[in-house]
Structures are given as C-alpha cells and as structure tokens.
Design a protein around this ligand. Structure first.
Ligand code: PMP
Length: 437
C-alpha cells in the first residue's frame, strides 16, 4: 500500500461532514484513506459507494477480508436473524451454539474432506493474533527460541509477528530490537541464480554455521504484502520435507492467501503437505467481521488451559457469518472451480497489459495477482489513476512496485472485465500505450 505522509486531502467539501475530522483528530498513522480519500457509506457485492454518490469497483476486498464481497445476502440474513433473536454476542471462550455450529461446519466442510487433522484454537480476532499464538506455541513445544522467516514476509504488526516480517519501514516502528528470528531467502529470491535451499540445508547441517536450530519456520505461500511473490508448489513441499527431517515446526501463514484466495480453501493444498500450524483470519468470518483461527496438529496442542487467552476470542457474530460462508461456498467444489476460472481470466487480462510494457511481469497466484513494474513508482501512480476512474486497487512490495489486484472471489465476470479495462486505461494514462505487439 502506498503510504505517503502527505496530509489527506478533502475531496468532498460539499458532502455532509467532509473529511476535516479525520485530518484534525485521527492519528497520522492512517494510510489507506490517503490514497482513497472518498468517504464511503454503502457497499454491495464488489461495489462501494461514497457519500457524494460515486461508485467504486473493488479490486481490494478489504485486504482479503471480504472474499465473499460486501454485504453478501447469504451471510447477512443469518446474521440479522441471529441479532434479532437476542442471541449471545460476547462469550470469551464459553460454549455457545453459534461456536458449535461453526466448528461443526469447519470440520465437516473444510478439515474432513481434505483429510486434515487439526485442533482449532481461537486467538484474538486478528491475523497478527493468530501468528503470535503460532510462534509462542512453537517456542513452548520445542523449547527453542529462534524462528526463521523469509525475505519480504509479512506476518503482522505486534512485536512477535513484526520480528518475522521483512519490511524495514514497518520494522523500524517497533522501537526495540526485533530478535529471535532470522530471514532466509524466499523462493526465487536470487532469480534462479542460486538454489535457495542450499543455504538452509547447509546451515542446518553445519554445527559451525552459527545459526541456532529454529523452533519454527513461518512462510506465506504467496507474499500478499511483500510483492506477490508466489512460491512454487514443489518449493513449499521441499520446505515441508526439510522441516520434517530436522524436526522444525512449519507454520503456514494463510491469513491473506487462505479462505479460497488462491483457488483452493488453503493455499498449500495443491502442494501436497499439511503444515504443523496454520494461521487463518481475514476472510474466515466471511463478512469482514474480526475473527482468527490457529490450526494446530493435535500433538502440538500444548498450551495449558488459559495459558494464552484474551477477551475477544470467539466472536459469535463472526461464527454465524463464517458458518454461513462455509455452507454457501464450500459444500462442494463448484465455487472453487469458479474462482479458478476467474483467476485464469484475471491473469490473462493482466498479462495482456503487462506485455505492452517492457520489463513488466505478472506475479502471484489465484485471485491474488498483480503486475510488477520496473519503474517502482509506476504502480502507485496507476493505482491513483484507477481510483480517479472508480476502481480501488492497491500496491504491494518493498517499494510499492507491484500493482496488486485482489477482487472479491464472488466478483462477476462483467465486473472483472470492467476492472481490467479500467486498469488498462489507468496504466496507459501513466505509462503511455506501450508496445501493442
Ligand atoms: N499475515 C499475513 C500474511 C497478512 O497478510 C496479514 C495482514 N495483511 C497479517 C498476517 C496480519 O493480519 P492483521 O492485520 O489482521 O493483524
């Protein structure tokens, strides 16, 4: 995401309220609203509407929290029923029928059909909460402190997650040394010039390498924030094999790439392995409500009762919409096939655009793909031009050099085509028409 420190401008002066209160009262840490200063009031499906009546097509999907679109009626109706019936809203980790129904659906529709045996832990409701729980558990179970993570990784903003995150600007915000972790090269970090695994295997074998044996390795199958680098499936499988061989816990952070984003429910399914721990959040509630899960292989389920707790674990409204999403979209493989078809269309459209500009390349997997431009400033300018044309699209990568598309998985083919046309126009407005060949 482009993170300028310019003050947000007020682009709706005549609209009721304007944006003055954001400028005067809200912390300058705010970022998305600087790129998209409209005041949003309504949303439906793949469209947001601002208070001055403009419509924006959404190629952002709440940073992956709105995989099933905005105000999806299949999720909204059970939510409204639940609210009207005076049901339980807050319950810490007490038993509620909403939690039972969610767990049953998750077991029946997600875990069992995939032959996955996980315990479900509810950490606090955000992605970073899930990652913190995973890191803490891996350290507790192994008695080791060190964690390896990858170049350009993004795992969240709390100190443990930040320690395994790559971005130097975010890391600086910690204000203390971020320790107990080292970075290792992600797949293709050296553009194929060096076999990435040589380094890792060598240092694990070599008792003189000085690299402490890690408790865990944490990885994203696709680096959503770090530039849409997508690891090859065989690389992921080899990583899993290496972790098994050296008795290292493998954590897959599926906070952004999970819940169908890559075309299967989990991003690692096609790679043919099951991680020891999986982090899920963002779209697990399906409706943009905060919720996170940490999935744990049963033998690692070793926190004592209450050893890792929190007030907001198990958000009943999120259980209701999360269950509805699973039942509506994951009862068979038709939705998954539909997502895969749309992903192929989006890739084809982005490839057509990228081919016009020398050095531009499509990156990513599923409906988490984008275009990396050789001029790092291009993607941000194109995103700004797209906003002016009514499309929300963000940037990714250490220099914000990747134009990142992440539409709702439920987007219609017409909206996908329309969004691609806007991207083409926005790109041409910034970089010229390019080479039509
Ligand atoms: N892990 C990954 C892979 C993410 O993309 C994100 C959020 N962008 C997080 C963790 C952190 O999630 P949250 O912002 O909900 O803490």
């Amino acid at each position: 995401m482009t993170t300028t420190t310019e003050p947000a401008h007020t682009d709706t002066p005549q609209a009721a309220g304007g944006t003055a209160i954001f400028d005067s009262l809200e912390s300058q840490v705010r970022s998305y609203c600087r790129s998209w200063p409209a005041v949003m009031t309504h949303s439906q499906g793949s469209t947001l509407t601002s208070e001055d009546g403009r419509e924006f097509l959404d190629f952002f999907a709440g940073a992956g929290a709105l995989n099933y679109g905005h105000n999806n009626p299949a999720l909204l109706d059970p939510l409204l029923d639940y609210l009207r019936e005076g049901r339980i809203l807050h319950s810490l980790d007490m038993h509620t029928s909403a939690k039972r129904d969610f767990l049953q659906a998750f077991s029946d529709l997600i875990l069992e059909p995939r032959n996955l045996d996980y315990k479900v832990m509810f950490p606090g409701p955000t992605g970073t909460n899930s990652v913190e729980a995973a890191l803490k558990l891996a350290r507790k179970v192994t008695g080791r402190q060190h964690v390896l993570s990858f170049t350009n990784a993004f795992h969240g903003m709390t100190l443990g997650s930040l320690a395994v995150t790559g971005n130097s600007m975010k890391r600086k915000g910690a204000g203390i040394p971020l320790t107990n972790s080292s970075k290792i090269p992600y797949d293709d970090y050296f553009n194929g010039a060096v076999d990435d695994f040589m380094w890792l295997e060598r240092v694990l074998q070599d008792s003189g390498s000085g690299v402490d044996k890690p408790a865990a390795i944490i990885v994203e199958s696709v680096q959503g924030e770090g530039g849409l680098n997508a690891a090859r499936l065989e690389w992921l499988k080899a990583l899993s094999d290496l972790c098994r061989e050296y008795d290292i816990i493998l954590i897959v952070d599926d906070v952004q790439a999970g819940c169908g984003r890559t075309g299967t429910f989990f991003s690692f399914e096609e790679a043919g392995f099951s991680p020891d721990i999986v982090c899920l959040s963002k779209s697990i509630s399906g409706f943009g409500l905060p919720m996170a899960l940490t999935l744990i292989q049963p033998e690692l389920d070793q926190f004592e009762p209450g050893e890792h707790n929190g007030t907001f674990r198990g958000h009943n409204l999120a259980f209701v919409t999360g269950r509805a999403a699973l039942e509506r979209y994951w009862a068979d493989d038709s939705f998954q096939k539909d997502v895969q078809a749309k992903a192929a269309d989006l890739r084809a459209g982005l490839t057509r655009i990228a081919e016009r500009y020398e050095g531009a390349a499509v990156r990513g997997r599923g409906l988490l793909i984008g275009i990396a431009f050789p001029d790092a400033s291009a993607a941000g300018k194109i995103a700004t031009a797209a906003y002016e044309l009514g499309l929300l699209v963000e940037t990714s990568g250490p220099e914000d050099e990747v134009l990142k598309t992440m539409p709702p998985l439920t987007i219609t083919s017409e909206d996908l085509t329309r969004g691609l046309a806007v991207l083409e126009e926005a790109t041409a407005s910034v970089l010229g028409d390019g080479d039509p060949a």
